[in-house]
Design a protein around this ligand. Structure first.
Ligand SMILES: [Zn+2]
Length: 333
């Protein structure tokens, strides 16, 4: 790895906890919980990771993998493993999604999930110096009514959760389906994020902006299809959390037409993130390296890192400390 990228101080804003579950930990959890899955060996898992070629076919594998995570200890282990890895890649601060609904459908309580996660966050800070905040991510293919139930279950723990998100099967599940959820979440003090402009074009990004009033758009790469939207994003500097390896692996774009340089040249507020690193062949630094290969200059990579810190939900004081670290690092690089 290019040492410039490897040591660049940065924040990660778009990563799913289950998307960080590496095959070895997956097998360990399957054994510990005595769960039979379609993937009983490393080879099975590796071949499954080769098979998907779209968002929908990827999600089929993703939910199979998620089954092995069941106890507070499991949530602790997977969170700690990700934060350790992120800290090694010079991530100072991470905001990651957890999809509580996946587990609650199987009878696991919200408390079990969030306790494992928050304990790991505290320990990761002590052990590796990385700060982290979880984002409660809703599954857009399920009903708004169920989402509201889960939002209610989260309220006793809301001080430990920074935001809500919206992910999963994008087609036919528009942001407009969740206006009530986002309105409620905002009332309870949550920040708001939504995946949009990945599998579906600018229309869903507009909906996320106008109907859900999001603080960040996850992906948003297809904004370039709409000039008015680009102008709006330039004016407001609304953050887009871009995930190059994910988009290419799921055939949203390919290496030849990936528009990261164009997004940057349009002066949009983009950050670089990993999405589901255990599935897409790379953590955050591999995504930075990919962006560099696609002609993002060193200055532009630094700008992405700066954007990631400024677009995070960390306190102003915490952001200033991180920017100071970035500036200090720049004196020597
Ligand atoms: Zn995502």
């Amino acid at each position: 790895m290019n040492t410039f990228i490897a040591t660049l101080p940065k924040a990660e804003l778009h990563v799913h906890l289950i998307g960080t579950l590496e095959p070895r930990l997956f097998l360990k959890l399957a054994k510990r919980n005595n769960i039979q899955t379609a993937y009983s060996t490393l080879e099975n898992i590796k071949s499954a990771l080769q098979k998907f070629d779209s968002l929908d076919s990827f999600l089929d594998v993703y939910y199979q993998v998620a089954q092995v995570v069941q106890t507070e200890q499991d949530f602790y282990d997977i969170t700690l493993a990700y934060l350790k890895k992120a800290a090694k890649q010079r991530v100072l601060h991470a905001e990651f999604f957890f999809e509580a609904q996946t587990y609650m459908q199987w009878g696991i309580t919200f408390e079990t999930i969030i306790t494992g996660i928050t304990d790991a966050i505290k320990d990761a800070y002590k052990k590796y110096g990385i700060s982290a905040m979880p984002i409660l991510c809703f599954l857009r293919n399920l009903s708004e009514e169920y989402a509201l139930e889960v939002l209610k279950a989260s309220l006793p723990f809301k001080d430990d959760i920074v935001a809500i998100g919206l992910a999963s099967h994008e087609k036919d599940n528009p942001p407009s389906k969740f206006v009530g959820l986002f309105t409620q979440a905002k009332k309870h003090g949550y920040k708001l994020c939504a995946h949009a402009g990945e599998d579906v074009g600018p229309d869903y990004i507009w909906q996320a902006i106008k109907l859900l009033h999001v603080d960040r758009i996850d992906h948003g790469v297809r904004c370039l299809e709409d000039k008015d939207l680009v102008a709006y994003l330039q004016k407001t500097y609304l953050p887009l959390t871009v995930c190059p390896l994910s988009n290419m692996r799921l055939n949203i774009f390919n290496k030849k037409n990936y528009p990261i340089l164009q997004l940057m040249n349009e002066d949009l507020n983009i950050s670089i993130n990993s999405d589901d690193p255990a599935f897409f062949g790379g953590y955050i630094n591999e995504n930075y390296a990919e962006a560099h290969k696609m002609d993002l200059s060193r200055d532009q990579l630094v700008q992405c890192a700066r954007n990631s810190i400024n677009s995070s939900f960390a306190s102003l004081e915490q952001k200033e400390r991180m920017i100071h670290k970035l500036e200090k690092w720049l004196q020597y690089h």
